[in-house]
Design a protein around this ligand. Sequence first.
Ligand SMILES: [Zn+2]
Ligand SMILES: [Zn+2]
Length: 322
Amino acid sequence: MTVKLNIVLRRYIKDHESILSEGDSLKKRFSSKEKEGILKSIREKGLKEFTPSIGCDRRVSYPQAKEVFGRSEEILNQLVEENILEKFMIRCVPTCPKDNSILESKLMCPRCGSADIEKKLLIQDPLSRGLRLVSRDQLVNQNVDVKGAFFECRGCGNRFPSPLIKFYCVQCNMEYRLEDVDLMKMSGYRVLEKAVETGKEVEELKTVIREVMEEKGFSLENSMVEGKSGVKHSFDLYFRKVVDGKEHSIGVDIVVRRDKVSLEDLLPSLIKSHDINSYMIVVVMPLSDFSCKQLCLLEKNIFLIEGKNVEEIKKSLEKLTF
Ligand SMILES: [Zn+2]
Ligand SMILES: [Zn+2]
């Protein structure tokens, strides 16, 4: 069993060596530090949702995301993959098949194509009870009994039940019929409360780990460390202490997930452990599955610390001796 897992891990590392040499993060999205910063701003600003708006360039933007993160849609989609936000559909908008900008709609007379049309209403007069034709624009009293409606063209006098809808692109000046336009889904992004809580837990863990390590005589150092391959690795925390002229260093990775920590969550740390000379502590909350434990045991320089909460982790960490 152990040998088999070891082979699997070696193969995985071999397959991912290119990723390892390109950068530290396996998923190449955010470093844990960036993620922490993002969660912190979401929490501090009390953000719940990111809603889209259509700018004068007829493109969708997320002004709030731009304000908070300096970037727009791209970062929101990355945050969906990180399980910090969830995407929800708002509506479909017509877009230009040539340049993808959002189209403006135009209502026109089906006979002459004029946009100068008005809506006429057939209403029942409240006093005489007789029927009367009025223009929608002239109708002041909204509580009238409307018996029917149609449109009238001011250009050619044509009367019709529904106008022709055409779409206009302000970018390329083209007009399109409904059947020729493309549709784009406009989405909103909702903050997942659990993710924000998780971010808070990571911060708490960092404080606790630092306290315990300092009690053990370690001091906090720069968290970027150069590996054997020359690749610079980052840790959530990195500690160093010198005993009898000999230097001891230890990197700490913190993995907090909502339910269970999976093997995939730990792989970046496992791969990193092969490239560094120092020891590593991988702090996992809540609990990892069986295969994670097995793999961590195989690595001679990894200490796996698991716990259901910050208190449990603190206790296990205190028991560690170096
Ligand atoms: Zn007309
Ligand atoms: Zn266009």
